[in-house]
Design a protein around this ligand. Sequence first.
Ligand code: C5P
Ligand code: MG
Length: 194
Amino acid sequence: MSVPKVVFVLGPPGAGKGTQCQKIVEKYGYVHLSAGDLLREERAKPGSQFGELIENYIREGKIVPVEITCSLLEKAMESSGKEKFLIDGFPRSQNNLDGWNNTVAKRVKLLFVLYFDCPLETCTERCLARGAAGSGRSDDNVESLNKRVQTFLSETDPIIQHYKKLNLVETVDATKPAEQVFQSVSDIFDKIEA
Ligand code: C5P
Ligand code: MG
């Protein structure tokens, strides 16, 4: 069996990570694993040992301890039986990065980090619109969003800078409409797949 390939997908909340990942799945056949979605699924499981902890972290816009997130990612990778993964919303903090590097990193190849660059005001507006349209997310409100943005700046941005130093970041301007953003995304994946 060949070594599984991973692309990390990062960007502020509301940058369009999920939307673009869906399109990448359709065109390039990756498996989309959203750390946030996996945490929300785990939270929703009746009797989950971590349900309450996860809900508290999500509402506060804080990053859940990596042992939980990494094991959810690993389980999802294994049970997919596939070899190309988009890991969306991870690693979001130094703790996420350390936990990954000490475990899964040794068994996979990180291709690059796809970074959706978008002004924070635009991102916040998008999340609030998503909340108003009935996303049902307990963190698409002004209080949680302010915290999520702070967490992005203080915890996630340094991770993006870390990968930039390693020359592993592909940056996409995520302010444009989704179809145009996907043009830029496709240019990057066409290059990789070629
Ligand atoms: O990526 P998404 O916006 O869906 O993430 C929602 C929330 O899930 C984050 O604000 C955070 O509380 C939690 N999360 C986390 N660790 C990750 C990804 C998401 O704790 N790596
Ligand atoms: Mg998402």
